[in-house]
Design a binder for this molecule. Sequence first.
Ligand code: BTN
Length: 327
Amino acid sequence: MSLNNLLELLNRNPDQYVSGAMMSQELNVSRTAIWKQIRKLEAAGYEFDASTKLGYRLVYSPDGWNDDILSGTLSTDRFGRVVHKYEQVKSTQDAAKELAENGAPEGTLVLAEEQTGGRGRMGRGWVSPQGKGIWMSMVMRPNVPIHCAPQLTLLTAVALCRSLKRVTGLPIGIKWPNDLLIHGKKLSGILLESAAEDERLKYIVAGVGISVNLSKQDYPEELLEKATSLRIEAGQPFNRSTIVAQFLKEWETLYDLFLQEGFRAIAALWESLSVTIGQPVRLITPQGELEGTPIGLEESGAIRILRADGTTTAIFSAEMGEPIKRT
Ligand code: BTN
C-alpha cells in the first residue's frame, strides 16, 4: 500500500470518518500499517480528526507548490523567474546566500516546504513546519549605498501587506519595522541580510516567512498568544502559490518605483498601512530604552518618535514593545 492509495481512499470520503477496519480491509493491510501511514501523512502536513470509535477524517491537505506558479500565473519581469525549490532546508537564507555568492541573478528565489533552522530577527528562530507556510528568500542586487538597506526592508513589508490584504481580505497591518500583524498577533516576518563592497550593496538576501495554513497545534504553547496564521484568522486555508505570485508582482513593482524615484512614495504607503503610528510605545534600542509616540517615517527609513518633553528622535533599529495603554 502506498501513501497515495490511502489518500485516494480518504479523498473518496470527503468530510467523513473512515474506520481503521474499513481502510485495512479496502487496502488489504493491517491496521498497524494504516496507523503508520497516517503518522507519515501528518508529518507531511496533512491533518486528521481522529476518533477511537469512528476512525479518521481528513480535514486538511497541504496544497503543494504548483509548478506553474512561477511560469504560468506570474507576471513579473525578474522576481521569481529563477526558482530553487527544496523539500527541506535548514534556512532558505543560507541557500539563497550561497546562490548569491555564486552569481545568481537578481530575483532568484529559494522556496522550501520546511525549514529545520528557520531564523528570525534578533537571533530568534522561526517556526516553519512542512507544507504549511511560505518560507522563501530572494536575491536582490540593488545598485544603492549600504544605508538604503533599511528602506528595502520597509518596502518588502509594504509589498507583502498589500498583497496579503488583497488575496485574503483580512485586516492586516505593519508593525515597525517589518512585522505583519492581524488582531495584534504576528503573521509574517522579514529578515534582510546583506553583503557590501566599497560602501555599496553587493547583494541582499530578503527572507520572508508567511504563516499561511498553520493550525494552532503547529505553534509551541508559548507562541500562541503572539503568533497566528491566515488560516486561523480566516477559518479557511489559502493557496500558497497564489500568494507568492501576487506578492512577487507587488514587490517588483514597488522595487522599480523605489529605484526610479527613491523612498518617499514607499514611505507614504508604509505609513498608511502602519499600526504603529500614533500609538505610544516603549522601544529597546542598542543605546537603551525610551518611551514615545511614533509619528512618521524618515526618508532614511528611521522612525521619528515624539517624546513626552516635546522633542523628537529618529530611531533606526530597536525592538518595539506593545502599545502603552494610558489610563
Ligand atoms: C522575523 O520577524 O523575526 C523575521 C522572520 C523571517 C523568517 C524567514 S522564513 C524564510 C527565511 N529563512 C529564514 O531562516 N528566515 C526567513
